[in-house]
Design a protein around this ligand. Structure first.
Ligand code: HEM
Length: 115
């Protein structure tokens, strides 16, 4: 093998590993999205049940956005169940000003009952 052939082989191997790694991470990301969807069907909350999770007196702080119920108890901005004048325990879909991706790392606890 000439020096050039060795260099080309090494570069090809590096490219192949990058390709393989990117496939792996893409699949892992899709998998975690699927897990989140599964979690969303774990528990169905009525609005009345959701109201109890207002983050007050030691209760967890849950909010509903687009039918999905999220646990924001550990989100700094939602300390004591309130944020920018809004309270947890409610469906805040209509007032939600952020990109949906802000909720990507917030645990899902269920979905909102449709009636
Ligand atoms: C994981 C959940 C959330 C995070 C991490 C978050 C974070 C933030 C941050 C960092 C700001 C900038 C001002 C500040 O420092 O407080 C902000 C502003 C604001 N948030 Fe949130 N937020 C979340 C969920 C929500 C939800 C569910 C609502 C629904 C009502 C909301 C309504 C607002 C409003 C009205 C503002 C002020 C206007 C604006 O900056 O667009 N947020 N939020």
């Amino acid at each position: 093998m000439t020096k050039n052939q060795i260099v080309i082989t090494v570069i090809s191997l590096i490219c192949l590993s990058i390709l393989a790694a990117s496939f792996f991470f893409k699949n892992a990301a899709q998998q975690s999205q699927a897990n989140r969807t599964a979690q969303a069907s774990a528990r169905v909350f009525t609005l009345e049940e959701l109201n109890k999770f207002d983050g007050q007196n030691g209760s967890p702080a849950y909010i509903a956005i687009n039918g999905i119920v999220y646990d924001v108890s550990k989100v700094r901005e939602w300390k004591n169940g309130s944020h920018q004048g809004f309270s947890a325990g409610k469906d805040l879909t209509a007032d939600f000003p952020h990109k949906a991706s802000i909720l990507n790392k917030v645990p899902i606890v269920g979905k909102l009952s449709e009636n």
